[in-house]
Write a protein that binds this ligand. Structure first.
Ligand SMILES: [Zn+2]
Length: 395
């Protein structure tokens, strides 16, 4: 838009309309390579960049309106002319004035109608600063704020596993009763992590799990279990809008090496986390279940490759499903199912199942959970379910 036209529109409306200079595609929620141009009054076009080494994988459209949003609405045409896989408009997005309270916004077309062009229409903004991101956004900085809160709890220990290629620390949070009389070797051990860094609803599921574990209701569970929680395996992604990859452009849920961690060949951050898992497996308290947290369409969808404890020292998959069903009156989690096909050894559920024989959970879904609260609640349900299904102590 020309300066003169902008000036005229400003005078006609009596309010300052949004300009390209009000937007930034950088920050905790960013979109690497995206460009923005004005096409009308409060109407802009964003052309997206792509993931490293993946020219047909678009980055997500994430940005901040730094100022001047109040009183303006916004129509955003988003384009990824190349098209390809993992479309930018597969899931809803959200906007927020404070980075805390998020409001969903839906695509006009969706990926079935167009893989290359779509539109988001935002209502008239009521504050000057606006954050926009994928699903219910969860940045690395959000994680650090939660980590600071959780670490204040005497039953949480933060273990730094290493540093990402972008220089961000990768953390494992170890949650277990610090005053418990149950020896570590007798505690059930659950390992929970996120591989695809743009699947933000799965991060909120992890927040819910942590919140329940650290609640008074979770005290008994903490005393007889250990949870190892890795909320970000690819922490460089949110500021770049990367959906599935690390800086090397490697799909992080195709990054497990079932034959053993390999520093030379493996994705940098995956090697760090798998080596740590291998150390845990060799310890006196090896992992019982591994949870790989993801999203796809619909409600939360857990799938399990059962380990040896199913039907022997604990109940069956059907028993676990009955417990989850009883904890989920609003139906956020669809019935737990066992998988019987050959596990893919590069997934973070199938890989550890093949390498160690442990129970591997692939937890998908939640693309239809449009609020932070629902996603957090789904994590509480899973944590309560684990506490109820894995009774007593490990034999
Ligand atoms: Zn995923």
């Amino acid at each position: 838009m020309s300066v003169l036209l902008t000036l005229c529109l400003t005078i006609v409306s009596g309010a300052q309309v949004l300009g390209v200079e009000d937007f930034t595609m950088e920050g905790p929620l960013g979109s690497a390579g995206a460009t923005i141009e004005a096409v009308g009054t409060n109407h802009f076009k964003v052309t997206l960049g792509h993931a490293p080494e993946k020219p047909t994988w678009s980055n997500k459209v994430q940005f901040t309106i730094l100022q001047n949003a109040k009183g303006n609405d916004l129509t955003l045409d988003v384009s990824f002319p190349v098209g390809g896989s993992y479309e930018f408009n597969e899931y809803f997005y959200s906007y927020s004035y404070d980075g805390e309270e998020w409001h969903p916004v839906q695509w006009e077309k969706g990926r079935k109608l167009s893989k290359t062009d779509d539109r988001l229409v935002f209502p008239t903004f009521t504050e000057d600063t606006v954050y926009v991101g994928h699903q219910v956004p969860f940045s690395y900085e959000d994680f650090l704020r939660y980590k600071a809160q959780w670490e204040a709890h005497p039953d949480v220990k933060a273990v730094k596993l290493g540093t990402s290629l972008g220089g961000r620390d990768i953390w494992r949070l170890e949650v277990t009763g610090s005053k418990s009389e149950t020896p570590p070797a007798k505690r059930w051990v659950h390992h929970v992590s996120n591989q695809h860094p743009g699947e933000f609803n799965s991060h909120w599921r992890i927040v819910g799990l942590m919140e329940w574990l650290l609640s008074d209701e979770g005290a008994g569970c903490r005393d007889r279990m250990i949870f190892h929680v890795i909320p970000f395996m690819s922490p460089d992604a949110p500021s770049n809008g990367w959906y599935r990859v690390n800086q090397q452009g490697i799909d992080m849920n195709r990054s497990y090496f079932e034959g053993g961690a390999d520093k030379a060949k493996q994705a940098h951050e995956a090697y760090i986390v798998q080596s740590d898992l291998e150390r845990l497996m060799a310890s006196e308290a090896p992992v019982t279940t591994i949870w790989s947290m993801h999203t796809w369409g619909g409600n939360v969808e857990p799938l399990v490759r059962p380990g040896p404890e199913f039907g022997t020292t604990v109940g069956t998959v059907e028993d676990f499903e009955a417990i989850l069903h009883g904890l989920d009156p609003t139906g956020l989690v669809i019935p737990l199912k066992a998988r019987s096909n050959e596990p893919n050894g590069t997934y973070w559920s199938g890989g550890p199942h093949k390498q160690f024989g442990i129970s591997g959970f692939l937890c998908e879904g939640a693309g239809a959970l449009y609020t932070k609260e629902e996603n957090v609640e789904s994590g509480r349900i899973l944590a309560r379910g684990l506490a109820a299904f894995y009774q007593g102590t490990r034999p």
